[in-house]
Design a protein around this ligand. Sequence first.
Ligand SMILES: [Zn+2]
Length: 307
Amino acid sequence: MKIFDAHCDVLYKLWLNPTLNFEDSHELHINFNRLQKGQAKIQCMAIYIPEEVPFQERFEVALEMINIFYERILPYYPSIKLVRTKEDINKLKEDEIGVLLTLEGCDAIGSSISRLKTLFHLGVKSVGLTWNYGNAVADGILEPRGAGLSLFGKQVVQENNRFKVWTDVSHLSIKGFWDVMEIADYPIASHSNAIELCSHPRNLNDDQLKALIQKDSMIGITFVPYFLTEKPEATIKDVLNHIDYICQLGGEKNIGFGSDFDGITSTVLGLEHFGKYEKLVNELQKYYTTNQISNFCYGNFFNHLPD
Ligand SMILES: [Zn+2]
């Protein structure tokens, strides 16, 4: 079963450690071998700048991470291609894997639309507005102020619309979420689960889930154990519970996966790295048709990619 995974932090891990080998390093949840084993078709790779980096250096670090993709991955793996559109994806050969570059948090652009557009020109196809804290665009979900979109934030969303780029609401404040739903043409939640099943502020409440479904937007179920369950250990069954819950809200065509591999230190039992996706597929086969599963794993995200 081919996989479209909407979020991972492998570029961040490669940036942290220049000696890691993308081919087969066991320190990476996502490496080339594991992508092949898990039947990756499209992998989104996030540009995530850690909190320790001073604000004025964040754009530089974003560029460094993009360079890692262009210099440490692309030249060595001819079967990996940068993709931006459905057309690019349709051109991939059977054994080729497409990578979509995504931005996780607009801290990197400061308050510069030129920087944002430069990232688009380099291939960025999805823009997460915040990480957990505040920036010039909006507040993240853990910023006590809880502010929505600034005037500059609205400009960013308008540029996302104009360039047909996803506006990603994962990590965003509640108020920011509703502001985005009003003005974004292509909103998604790349890696968030249902708060009714697991009470973590990074998860989405029913009103938010329903609004995303109503606007025909995607929700990437994420494998962060403590976003899946309040129990000490998360299992594949917990992933299925979130799928089932969103289906019940009418979101069958809006469900995908945003694993957060390489952005997590603990993992779901049985889903320890990308190569284990097959185990999730096997479990899904007990409850869903092949057509439903292929939509969850790939088709839904593909269908919602703006051209
Ligand atoms: Zn994240």
